[in-house]
Design a protein around this ligand. Structure first.
Ligand SMILES: *Cc1c(COP(=O)(O)O)cnc(C)c1O
Ligand SMILES: [Zn+2]
Length: 377
């Protein structure tokens, strides 16, 4: 087994790497404490996928790697309000969203631990990713989703062979339902399970390598459960600890105005997500009213010298349409992040190197996009 520990964020208890656990006996969230190495000469000779950083990933035996050769997505420059912003094309993964980063590493860990069955809950894309990687790993899975999730995502999860559970009510009702199942089964959660973030951290490694082994000045990324915010934070910190970059990019984290508990907490100067009355949003993938790792997300954004921004439903819709007109077919949740860019680049003109991301593919949200077309014609 690799030399790493699972460490409780509450009581600091440490567990060895071979324990099939997803939270501490005290109920606290676990983080991974691991040494990472970046042998650049070796990395550059490997195939262009996220496993090229294997010395920084928590897998011991290569045969346990569950992969579709995911990652190393292109960064394409796009102009916003007169500024060029590099957009990482993370809608181009096997299952159509960047969640494959987390799923590849998490399900590889499950394979290495000999786990045969997992449960997961999701507003759609994480469920698709876990289901696909379980299919490839020959692990059975039960996926819990809110009943109002996009039909395309439900079809996708079912086609991978997962058992789908439709839960009435909001996203929190689904999270509640899966916790009962997770008492007896390995919880492949993209918010609780720390190995998911060991996959999303490769977002930072790739940006660093693709930017000529440098960190950009700023990144604009979504914040729901924070899998990308915390992944980026972990990844850039690994690079800094290894002496490969001198500072972490400023993290600009985007929430939908209709569901913005972290934005509220940031400007109330508190360290836990605020209680909010959430309204529905087109950005279903970031409609998280009670993010489990909210305090970690707040700390990461603040320590990066970044901030939180919100976008309205009108801004999400017009940013989505603008991207589609340029040939980038992204889903509404992905457009929420992009909607924040024009104002940000204008309000902080001294930043020249901006990176953002297309998080999910438009083909996942055909019905929503058609409804928008009907409404605007
Ligand atoms: C999951 C997801 C997000 C946001 O990720 P969080 O981990 O909830 O912060 C953004 N866009 C898409 C398309 C997603 O699937
Ligand atoms: Zn604990």
């Amino acid at each position: 087994m690799k030399n790493f520990l699972l460490v409780c964020t509450q009581c600091e208890k440490a567990y060895p790497a071979d324990q099939p656990i997803w939270r501490c006996t005290c109920g606290g969230l676990l983080d991974i404490d691991m040494e990472t190495n970046f042998p650049i000469d070796k990395i550059q000779k490997r195939p262009p996928n996220l496993w090229r950083y294997r010395e920084a990933l928590p897998i011991d035996q290569p045969e346990n790697i569950i992969s579709f050769s995911e990652g190393f997505t292109p960064i394409i420059p796009v102009e916003f309000a007169g500024k060029m912003v590099g957009i990482k094309q993370d809608h181009l993964f096997q299952t159509g969203s960047y969640k494959d980063r987390g799923a590849s590493v998490l399900i590889s860990v499950a394979k290495e631990l000999g786990i045969k069955h997992v449960v997961e809950d999701s507003s759609g894309n994480a469920g698709c990713a876990i289901a696909a990687y379980c299919a490839r790993a020959n692990i059975s899975c039960d996926i819990y989703v809110p009943a109002n999730t996009s039909p395309a995502k439900l079809a996708q999860i079912t086609q991978y062979g997962a058992n789908l559970h439709l839960i009435p009510g909001n996203r929190e009702a689904t999270a509640h339902a899966v916790l009962a199942a997770a008492r007896t089964t390995y919880y492949a959660s993209h918010s609780w399970n720390p190995f998911f973030f060991q996959g999303t951290k490769t977002f930072a490694y790739e940006i660093w390598e693709q930017s000529g082994f440098q960190a950009p000045q700023a990144i604009v990324i979504p914040a729901g459960n924070g899998t990308l915010v915390l992944g980026a934070w972990i990844g850039f910190n690994d690079l800094r600890k290894a002496g490969l970059i001198s500072s972490i990019p400023r993290i600009f984290a985007v929430q939908a105005k209709n569901c913005a508990p972290l934005y509220a907490a940031h400007f109330q100067h508190v360290s836990e997500p605020s209680r909010i009355n959430a309204s529905p949003t087109l950005a279903e993938g970031i409609a998280i009213a009670e993010p489990i790792r909210g305090n970690q997300i707040l700390a990461a954004v603040r320590r990066s010298n970044g901030t939180f921004v919100t976008v309205t439903e009108e801004e999400i819709q017009s940013s989505m349409t603008a991207m589609h007109h340029k040939g980038f077919y992204i889903e509404p949740t992905a457009a929420a992040t992009i909607a924040a860019i024009p104002k940000l680049v204008q309000s902080i003109p001294e930043i020249d190197q901006w990176i953002s991301v297309f998080t999910g593919h438009g083909l996942k949200s055909t019905e929503k996009i058609m409804a928008i077309q009907e409404h605007s014609s």
